[in-house]
Design a protein. Structure first.
Length: 318
């Protein structure tokens, strides 16, 4: 059934049913612990209609970004390409496509939540000077030390620009890290201890309990390279994922299912749940709580080194 085939009354009734189902899963408008069968029933109602993408983390576009543009794509599910001692490595399946009108509606929200994803484009003049400085410095083996002060100055300037936008939050600077990655990577998440790429994952920098993941710091990631890079994510908060895999976030047994394991459980139980990809052109950025979602990055196929700046921010209401 397509949106165009619905009568106005039928479409309204369908939307009400879908919204009720999405609320059960996402927990945005519900209180208390919901029985597992209600979550399963909600998912069943939606998937029977061919709607696998659920209401959850919304995407907000600023600075000439457009949710309807080709920069937002979707693929059905993720595939496991290997496993280690503690976790499996999943990357998005093949066959990226543009999102459809109904999916745009699912990913759009009129309310701005801290847990949502924000896509932005920094002013070209602000980015160009630091790009040139980075490209000159990275030819030296001690480029991290050389760029330490310029990167911090640029990062703080970028945060000031961010706070000038019409966002409901004020952001304070916590720290920044310049990241370089080779081209052609399906995953940019690298485990420096095990020397392996992790694939889709949930960040765990602050070691927060699951019920407090929506209080995690926000990552402001800016593409400072000369070509595109990609941000890939599942549009569900941790609390929604826990409900879908029938785990109570307040149950002490959750300790036996840390983020690296929770990601595996979800992607195994829902092998076709869509992964969304946002294309980030030079100077583009995303803003999101990466400790509260399954996500990853990927790099270009043009043979160009990927360069990004990861800025940690604390967000609060003014």
């Amino acid at each position: 059934m397509t949106p165009g085939s619905l009568t106005r009354q039928g479409a309204g009734r369908l939307r009400e049913e879908e919204n009720a189902s999405w609320c059960i899963i996402s927990g945005r408008r519900t209180s208390g612990e919901l029985a597992t069968f209600r979550v399963a029933s909600a998912i069943k109602r939606l998937t029977k209609r061919g709607i696998m993408l659920l209401k959850g983390i919304a995407i907000h576009c600023f600075s000439n970004k457009d949710l309807n543009s080709s920069s937002i794509e979707l693929v059905s599910g993720a595939k496991c390409i290997g496993s280690g001692d503690a976790e499996e490595c999943f990357i998005p399946s093949e066959g990226w496509r543009s999102i459809e009108p109904l999916e745009v509606d699912i990913l759009r929200s009129t309310s701005l939540e801290m847990s949502d994803l924000y896509l932005l484009s920094l002013p070209e003049g602000k980015v160009r000077s630091i790009q040139e400085e980075i490209l000159y410095a990275v030819t030296s083996p001690d480029y991290q030390e050389t760029l330490k002060l310029p990167i911090e100055h640029f990062a703080r300037s970028a945060v000031s620009w961010l706070n000038s936008l019409e966002l409901p939050f004020r952001y304070s600077y916590l720290g920044a890290d310049l990241a370089l990655a080779p081209p052609g990577l399906a995953s940019t998440a690298f485990d420096r201890v095990k020397c392996v790429y992790k694939g889709l994952h949930i960040d765990d920098h602050e070691k927060l309990p699951y019920e407090r993941r929506n209080q995690a710091f926000v990552l402001f990631s800016i593409n400072l390279g000369s070509t595109t890079r990609f941000f890939q994510f599942v549009n569900l908060e941790i609390r929604a994922i826990l409900k879908m895999v029938a785990i109570d976030p307040l149950d002490k047994t959750v300790q036996s299912c840390p983020p690296r394991r929770l990601k595996d459980v979800f992607l195994r139980q829902y092998p076709e749940y869509p992964v969304i990809r946002a294309t980030l052109h030079p100077g583009d950025a995303y803003l999101g709580q990466t400790q509260n979602m399954i996500h990853d990055g990927s790099t270009n196929s043009l043979g160009v080194t990927d360069i990004s700046l990861q800025i940690a921010l604390r967000a609060k209401l003014p």
